[in-house]
Design a protein around this ligand. Sequence first.
Ligand code: ZN
Length: 114
Amino acid sequence: MPMYDARCPSCGSVVEVFRRMADCMDMPTCACGEQMVRVFTAPMITPDIQPYKAVAIDARTGELPVIGSRRAHNEFLKRNDYCVAETSSKPRSIRGDFDLKKDLISATKQVLGK
Ligand SMILES: [Zn+2]
């Protein structure tokens, strides 16, 4: 549901309200008793993404595609039933008494029955 800003023409108070688009002009009454009016703001515009080579195969071509736009990115994800896994840009240390590489190899062999 979209969010709109409402301003009181009397005291200047501004509040955010959630409304269905059909009810976008239905603004609340201010605490001072005045009918609030909707504040019109410019839509948020963000630049398109930079082209990148996907790290997952496109089922349509069997290859790693170069994605050139946000729309192509979304279509690629939807077409292949993929989702985005967010990763932290800050490397985190993993503490523990284990050898990650050795454990992964061991677990893989176990799964493969070798
Ligand atoms: Zn008011």
